[in-house]
Design a protein around this ligand. Structure first.
Ligand code: ADP
Ligand code: MG
Length: 350
């Protein structure tokens, strides 16, 4: 990986809170999502990269240059916030042109650049409107246009979708992906929302209580996280088992008394008799029917509703398993059900 941004051993104090020894790097033109529960230190990390907070220790390098001690305005980093932070009394054109005017003195070039970015963000019809008259989705596009207009070396987004309705959220995510790729601007996006992270991130970093617990591709982090806290936070099921037999592309694992599951994805060279942890997402748990293997009998211990899906909290031979079923499969509390998980969707780790 060719490193573009390199954050090393970054330690930041804020009152009683500490961001502890954060290390990660990102390649040029990529989108990295910093995911974590509220209060985990995401904004603190972003503000330190932007230069608004001084770290206690550690360094930040951008394109090989150490920027740890540079003031924010010298870093060529643009930030977009959840609440847009537009100048309400200025019109859209003036808002987008704001930072650009400081860099580019030729008004024709400023105008050309503003028009270009406004077109890319589909807000060119709004240029004369006063910022306070815009909808949330429009405001966020203007904020994004203002940030991109200065052609920053790094784009930082702090919960950019939180104030938007689901439809605008989806549209803006798609737009950001497209813009970031077309303009090749390296981006760090902070969010507490797993769906945002999944839709945007090429690299995912998970923070909790000031520590970096996990980093990897979405495939790694969302499907087979290494850290137990991350597995819980991302709702990945973890089931302990014992290896009965090892084949070339298949493990046979005893998951409960007399219950054997087959697993076709594994790491760490498991041997007969080894304890392994099986990881699988709740979305891959199905009611029995399609696959005659990998079953467990469970009792429904809790139900929550999300759109047209229900999340079931199950007790399966003493193990807790979460399942996401279509609403029509809704089962009442304490109902006995049979679940199965196809072997391709389970990952085993020693
Ligand atoms: P996140 O963005 O993940 O929600 P933050 O980085 O905003 O988390 O905050 C991390 C922790 O630092 C929180 O416990 C918060 O209360 C604390 N904190 C944030 N800003 C300050 C400050 N200016 N002074 C003292 N503590 C702060
Ligand atoms: Mg925050």
């Amino acid at each position: 990986m060719n490193t573009y941004l390199l954050v090393e051993n970054l330690t930041v104090k804020r009152g009683n809170f500490e961001l502890k020894g954060i290390t990660f790097d990102t390649p040029r033109g990529s989108i990295t999502v910093i995911l974590g529960p509220s209060g985990s230190g995401k904004s603190t990390l972003l503000e330190t990269v932007a230069g608004f907070i001084k770290p206690l220790r550690g360094s930040i390098k951008l394109e090989g240059e150490d920027i740890t001690d540079l003031p924010p305005e010298k870093r060529k980093i643009a930030v977009v916030y959840q609440d847009f932070a537009l100048f309400p009394h200025l019109n859209v054109f003036e808002n987008i042109a704001f930072g650009l005017k400081k860099l580019e003195k030729n008004p024709f070039r400023v105008k050309k650049e503003v028009l270009k970015i406004a077109k890319e963000l589909k807000i060119d019809h709004l240029l004369k409107r006063s910022a306070h008259t815009l909808s949330g989705g429009e405001k966020q596009r203007v904020a994004l246009a203002r940030a991109l207009a200065v052609r920053p070396k790094l784009l930082l987004l702090d919960e950019p979708f939180s104030a938007l309705d689901p439809q605008n959220k989806g549209l803006l995510r798609t737009l950001i992906r497209k813009l970031v790729k077309e303009r090749g601007v390296t981006t760090l996006c902070v969010t507490h929302d797993v769906t945002d992270a999944q839709n945007l991130g090429e690299q995912i970093i998970v923070l909790a209580k000031g520590e970096l617990l996990e980093k990897g591709t979405p495939q790694e982090v969302f499907f087979k996280p290494k850290n137990p806290f991350v597995a819980r936070f991302l709702e990945v099921n973890t089931l302990e088992g014992r290896v009965l037999r090892v084949f070339k592309n298949l493990l046979e694992v005893e998951v409960a008394n007399g219950q054997t599951w087959e697993v076709s994805s594994f790491e760490g060279d498991p041997k007969e008799g080894d304890k392994v942890l099986l990881l699988f997402r709740p979305e891959f748990v199905k009611p029995c029917g399609n696959f005659p293997k990998n079953r467990l009998r469970c009792k429904v211990k809790g139900v929550t509703y999300g759109g047209f899906f229900v999340k079931l909290f199950l007790n399966c031979s003493g193990r807790e398993i979460k399942a996401v079923f279509p609403l029509r499969e809704l089962k009442g509390l304490d109902k006995e059900i049979c679940i199965e998980v196809e072997k391709e969707f389970i990952h085993a780790r020693r």
